[in-house]
Each structure stands twice: as structure tokens, then as C-alpha cells.
Design a protein around this ligand. Structure first.
Ligand SMILES: Nc1ncnc2c1ncn2[C@@H]1O[C@H](COP(=O)(O)OP(=O)(O)OP(=O)(O)O)[C@@H](O)[C@H]1O
Length: 703
């Protein structure tokens, strides 16, 4: 483009040139700071310094440097008028400067924060700055933050928690929503916001109402209900004084005796929310206390999850099967986490690893359940008040089935009370012939089967417009047709007594039961062999029994002279059937002595006589535990006479229901001589031993 002469008298042109010069200077400076390589920059710089600069050339030079479209370039080349060219070039120059400035702003912003992490981050920043400049920035994340802030405000956080939350909120605001750290903090604040820090439900502490609720939901269990009502009454009084620190209740008993449903009744009697935490198989401490936030995918533990679900800070938490919590493993000791949770003195500052701020658990009512206390660690056991729920007798099961299980099943199957009538004989037959349990869960299932069968008949009669007749009644005779053959026969009444076999009584986590002790001898050299999954204590008591029988062989009448050894040329084998079930404890001691004496003397102990009791080497009979469960289970199995330690007599009187007591003949012994004379009904003992036995009987040995 040929250059044009500049008319110095044209003021407008002069002004345009001045503007072009200054904007060009700004442009060059920007290019230099941004280190943009542009070959024309040096030349342009030179021109700008020179006084004799020709504006037309500057425009051409600029056009080769400025980013512009082809049409824009053509437009400038086509412009003849110098003023027009300069004005148009200045416009494009200003636009380019603007773009460069944005770029510089982004550059300045990002450079400070930029770490090696990220090109991606850089680009996002650039994008967001450009969006902002274009007025397109969406307010989504701002809204989100305001929402969280509002939620946190509504949660009424304790001062200590608020401090931490403020800190996190500040960090969050400085972060990019797309960064991973952002979502970690956001989740954390979400958790904090949705916890019931200050929200409680209104307690109903009306003892009379609670009594009614417990009685409506559960048959029997008088002692348990009384203890629960005491607890509620005390809580009520404490609340009046504003100091609530109740004990932690632990309901212990075999499966299906109503532990879980009692917990539920307590919650509904108090008008509180109920939440069950199943602890069976929890091996990891962090399942209870949560994971630290530094772990990927970290979450709070079961306690905090429960609180979030309940939405109030005073629910009833049922810690189901606390005895099944795994002990110390690779991931900490889960039961140790409960030491803090269950201590009324400490649980007001329970700290979940994830939250990392204390949450006050003192308003939560914890109720634990367990099948047996043996596997609960001592310190944990110490924090709880145990309430035992023993197994039910047949009479109790019958009442539970009639008043609770049957109506519930009828309701669940869409029928009404008049549609299914199961007779008492039929229910008893189901309980005795189809279940062998301390609780009523299997009974409930079998009753359910009966009701289902009736439901089908009812539906068929309905479909046939009642041409097929429907009978709502189920009698004992129908039970076998519906449920098939009886699954259980009476274990002891069916058994023929043989020498060397004695009925013992057992109790474990799933309830009481009877067990047989079998002894047999064979030619040998005085060896003792023990089988049947026996633990070390039960093994020792069999050794004590054998030693005692050997040392008193003559007195009992097993040998002809005191010097003779009953096992001189014999080996003895003691076995306890159900070899797959582990057995332990000292309570089979006296039964072992009787089994050995029976074997050596060839005399039988009646199959319907059962016994339990620890035994010392000196022949004393020591008390044992689980009397109620053992007696009820033995009664269920058909036992008619029970021999047990004298010191357990009080347990029978206080715990065993009258209906069972009346059915069984009890004999209480303090020495093994009394046991032997009662078990063999005087048949084995020689005169000497009988005299010994008589001398020791000073107290009433019967109920
Ligand atoms: N005394 C009772 N009166 C009425 N219903 C009962 C009674 N005892 C148990 N039940 C019923 O028996 C069923 C089983 O009870 P639940 O589930 O509470 O047993 P559990 O002791 O918690 O067992 P697990 O140890 O296996 O958890 C429930 O339907 C419950 O209502």
C-alpha cells in the first residue's frame, strides 16, 4: 500500500495518530510481558521510537501482528482514507489488547497457584476467567455453598464443632469445584449438616403406658419387664433433675426369646425412634468409628450413620448380638470402640474418626443383646447391666403362640381371627414335635405354615363360590397332614437305659439341652480316652471323675479288696455324642462319675434321670450355672428326675416356673455319695459307702 502524506493541519488525523501510537506502545509492552513471539514486534518498537514514523506503515505492520479475520484485513487494505485506516486499525488493536489483558490476568492468577499437578487445572482456570469476562459464569457452586451454609446454620452446631466447620468452609470457598479435595470437604460438611446435633424427640416417660405396651407385646418375662420399668422410672426422675446417665442394658438369652422385639417395645413405649445395629461379624473398628478422612471413600461409622437415619439425638439403639463382635484383629479392636460408646461418663464426647469432632451420645439409649456373655470382653461386660431371658417352657410357648404368634401370622396372611382356629392341642403338638428351641422363632415359622395352608384352602373355597366347604379349625390330627411327620421325638423317654450311659444337662449360648455321657471299657492298660469335641475343663473333670472312681472302687462295691484297681486290665473311653458340637465346662462332673460307676458295676441309671453339678476330687458337689435353662430344657426332653448341687436349690425355687417344678422330682446333693445313692436308687453302694452317705445327709435334699 503506497504511503500517504500526513496532513499536519488535520487535527483529527493528528489525534488518531497519537491514539494509535499509545495503544501500539501498550500492545508491544503486553506482548513482551506475555513473551508472545511476534517477529514484527521489534520493528514496531523501532517505529514507535522514531519521530519520523509513517502512520500508514505502522498500520500495515500492526495488521500483520494483530489476530484478525481475513475480511478485516481486506477491509483495511481496501480503505483509501488514512484516517479511516488508522481508526479501523486502532479498533482491532484495542480488541487485541483486551484479549491479551485477559490472558495476562489468567496468567497472573494461575501462575501463583500452579503446581506440577496441572495443565488441566490451568486450562480450567483460564476457562473460568474467560467465562467470567464474558459474563457467562454460572452461579451453581455459589448456590451450593450458600445452601450448605444455611444447612450448617440450621443444624445449631456446638461451638467447638462450629470452629472446625468455619475453617473447612473457608477452605472450600477457595477451591475449584472440580477438584477432588473440594468434594471431600463438601461431603464432610454435608455429614456435619445432616446430623441431629440439637434435635431431640419428646420423651414419653409414662410408666403405666410403658407397662401396658410391654404387656401387650410380650407374654411372661415378668422379671425382665419389671427391670425395664424400673429403668424408665429412674430415667424419668433423673430427667426431672436434668441429669440423665442411665445404665446400658444388655438382654442376654438364646435366639428367638424376644430380645430384639423387647428393644422395639421399649422404644415405642418411650416414644423414641428405634434403630437396630447388627454387630454380628463386625471385625473392623472403623465400621463402628468410621474411617479417617484421609482415606479415599472414607465414611463415618455405624453409630453416626444410625444418628443420621434417626434424625434425632435421643433414639434407642439396639446393639444386636454384641457377643458376635470380632475381637482384636488386623484393623483394631471393634469391641474397644464400644468401651467409649457404652460408658455414660465418656460417651458425651464420642469422636468418630471421620467427623473428627465430638458428638454427644449421652441422650441415646443403648440396649445391647447377646446370646451368651462368654465372648463379651470383661471391660465391656462391666459397663452393662445384664438382664437374662431364659428359654420358655411349653406352657409359656403355648401362651405366646396363642396370644401373639398366631394372631400376627393370621394378620400377615390377610385373614381374620375367625378364618383360622388352631386348637391348643394342635399348637402344643407343633411346639413339642416340630421345634426344639429355647425361643419361639421356629414355632412362629411352623404356625405360619399352618396359617398358609389354611389361606390356600380359604382362597380355593372362595374361588369355588363356596361349593367347596371351608373349615377354619386345625386340630392336633391335622397337624401331621399339613407339616409332615413329627421332626422330634422325646429324647429320653424313648431311650432304653443301658449301663455306662447317663443323661447330663447342658447350657450354652443357644439355650439349654440334655446330653448323654457314654462310658465303655475294653481290655487294656488303664488308659483313658475322651472324644466328642471336649474342651480342656471338661476333659479335666473326666480325669477327676475317673481318679475318684478308681480310688473309691472298693467302697462303692466295684472291687473285692481295697488294693484292687478297677482299671487294672482295662482301658476306658468316655464319649459325648453330637461330636460336632463343642462342649466345655465343669458341670458334667457328677454325671461322669455316675456313667463310670454304671459301666463298672453294670447297673443302670434310669434314662429319665438327669444330673448336673461340678465335682471335686474329694467328692464334694459344687454349684453350677444356667439352672433355669437346663431344667426347662430337660423337662422339654422328658426328664422326670433331676439331681443337682444343694447350693443350686435356691435357683430352682426362684427361677424355675411352678408348672415345670411340679412335673419333676428334684434331689439336691452336697456329696457324690448322695448323688450315687440317688441315681442308682441304692443299688450300687455297699454297706460301708451307704453309711458314709447317710452321715453326710443333714439337710432336706428335696424341694
Ligand atoms: N414373650 C414373648 N411374647 C410375644 N412374642 C414373643 C415373645 N418372645 C418372643 N416373641 C416373638 O418371637 C419372635 C422372635 O423374637 P426376637 O426376634 O425378638 O428374638 P431375639 O431374642 O432377638 O433373637 P436373636 O437373638 O436371634 O436376635 C418375634 O416375632 C417376637 O415378637
Amino acid at each position: 500500500m503506497p504511503d500517504q502524506t500526513v496532513d499536519r493541519s488535520d487535527q483529527e488525523l493528528q489525534d488518531l495518530i497519537v491514539t494509535l501510537r499509545s495503544t501500539s506502545r501498550e500492545f508491544v509492552a503486553l506482548l513482551q510481558t506475555l513473551k508472545v513471539p511476534a517477529p514484527a514486534v521489534t520493528q514496531l518498537e523501532k517505529f514507535l521510537k522514531s519521530v519520523t514514523v509513517v502512520p500508514g506503515q505502522v498500520v500495515d505492520l500492526l495488521m500483520s501482528t494483530i489476530e484478525s479475520t481475513f475480511e478485516e484485513k481486506i477491509e483495511i487494505l481496501n480503505a483509501i482514507d488514512l484516517k479511516e485506516r488508522i481508526a479501523r486499525a486502532s479498533e482491532l488493536l484495542i480488541r487485541q489488547i483486551h484479549v491479551l489483558k485477559i490472558s495476562q490476568k489468567v496468567h497472573d492468577n494461575v501462575e501463583g497457584k500452579l503446581n506440577k499437578k496441572q495443565r488441566e487445572f490451568y486450562l480450567r482456570e483460564q476457562m473460568s476467567a474467560i467465562k467470567e469476562e464474558l459474563g457467562e459464569k454460572d452461579g451453581a457452586e455459589d448456590d451450593e455453598l450458600t445452601l450448605i451454609e444455611k444447612q450448617l446454620e440450621a443444624a445449631m452446631l456446638p461451638a467447638e464443632v462450629q470452629k472446625g466447620v468455619d475453617r473447612e468452609m473457608k477452605r472450600l470457598k477457595k477451591m475449584q469445584p472440580a477438584s477432588s479435595e473440594y468434594s471431600v470437604i463438601r461431603n464432610y460438611l454435608d455429614w456435619i449438616a445432616c446430623l441431629p446435633w440439637a434435635k431431640s424427640s419428646e420423651d414419653i416417660l409414662d410408666v403405666e403406658r410403658a407397662r401396658k405396651q410391654l404387656n401387650d407385646d410380650h407374654h411372661g418375662l415378668e422379671k425382665v419387664k419389671r427391670r425395664i420399668l424400673e429403668y424408665l422410672a429412674v430415667t424419668k426422675l433423673q430427667q426431672l433433675k436434668g441429669d440423665v446417665k442411665g445404665p446400658i442394658l444388655c438382654l442376654v438369652g438364646p435366639p428367638g426369646v424376644g430380645k430384639t422385639s423387647l428393644g422395639r417395645s421399649i422404644a415405642s413405649a418411650m416414644g423414641r425412634k428405634f434403630h437396630r445395629i447388627a454387630l454380628g461379624g463386625v471385625w473392623d473398628e472403623s465400621e463402628i468409628r468410621g474411617h479417617r478422612r484421609t482415606y479415599v471413600g472414607a465414611l463415618p461409622g455405624l453409630i453416626i450413620h444410625g444418628l443420621k437415619k434417626c434424625e434425632v439425638n435421643n433414639p434407642v439403639f439396639l446393639l444386636d448380638e454384641i457377643d458376635k463382635v470380632g475381637s482384636r484383629g488386623h484393623h483394631g479392636d471393634p469391641s474397644a470402640a464400644f468401651l467409649e460408646v457404652l460408658d455414660p461418663e465418656q460417651n458425651s464426647t464420642f469422636t468418630d474418626h471421620y467427623l473428627n469432632v465430638p458428638f454427644d451420645l449421652s441422650k441415646v439409649l443403648f440396649i445391647a443383646t447377646a446370646n451368651s456373655v462368654d465372648t463379651i470382653p470383661g471391660p465391656l461386660l462391666d459397663r452393662m447391666e445384664l438382664i437374662t431371658l431364659p428359654g420358655y417352657t411349653y406352657a409359656e410357648k403355648l401362651a405366646i403362640a396363642t396370644n401373639h404368634l398366631l394372631p400376627k401370622q393370621i394378620r400377615q396372611h390377610g385373614l381374620s381371627k375367625d378364618d383360622v382356629q388352631i386348637t391348643q392341642e394342635a399348637l402344643l403338638k407343633v411346639a413339642t414335635g416340630y421345634t426344639r428351641e429355647s425361643g419361639v422363632r421356629q414355632l412362629e415359622r411352623e404356625v405360619g405354615s399352618l396359617v398358609r395352608h389354611k389361606a390356600v384352602e380359604y382362597a380355593e373355597a372362595d374361588e369355588s363360590k363356596h361349593t367347596v366347604k371351608y373349615h377354619p379349625e386345625v386340630t392336633a390330627a391335622d397337624v401331621e397332614d399339613i407339616l409332615g411327620q413329627e421332626k422330634f421325638v422325646n429324647e429320653v423317654t424313648e431311650r432304653v437305659a443301658v449301663p455306662g450311659v447317663v443323661t447330663g444337662m447342658a447350657y450354652n449360648g443357644v439355650g439349654g439341652g440334655i446330653l448323654f455321657i457314654e462310658a465303655s471299657q475294653m481290655p487294656g492298660k488303664g488308659q483313658l480316652q475322651l472324644t466328642g469335641s471336649l474342651g480342656s475343663v471338661i476333659k479335666e473333670s473326666s480325669m477327676i471323675a475317673l481318679s475318684w472312681v478308681k480310688s473309691h472302687g472298693y467302697k462303692i462295691g466295684l472291687t473285692d479288696s481295697p488294693a484292687q484297681n478297677v482299671m487294672e486290665k482295662a482301658d476306658v473311653h468316655i464319649h459325648m455324642p453330637s461330636g460336632a458340637t463343642p462342649k466345655d465346662g465343669p458341670s458334667a462332673g457328677i454325671a461322669m462319675v455316675c456313667a463310670l460307676v454304671s459301666m463298672f458295676s453294670n447297673e443302670v441309671v434310669p434314662a429319665t434321670t438327669a444330673m448336673t453339678g461340678e465335682f471335686t476330687l474329694r467328692g464334694l458337689v459344687m454349684p453350677v450355672g444356667g439352672i433355669k435353662e437346663k431344667v426347662i430344657a430337660a423337662h422339654r426332653a422328658g426328664v422326670r428326675k433331676i439331681i443337682m448341687p444343694l447350693r443350686n436349690r435356691k435357683d430352682v425355687i426362684s427361677d424355675v416356673p411352678l408348672s415345670v417344678r411340679d412335673d419333676i422330682e428334684f434331689y439336691f446333693a452336697s456329696t457324690i455319695w448322695e448323688v450315687l445313692s440317688e441315681a442308682f436308687e441304692g443299688r450300687v453302694l455297699t454297706g460301708v459307702a451307704a453309711a458314709d452317705s447317710a452321715a453326710s445327709v443333714g439337710v432336706d435334699s428335696h424341694l
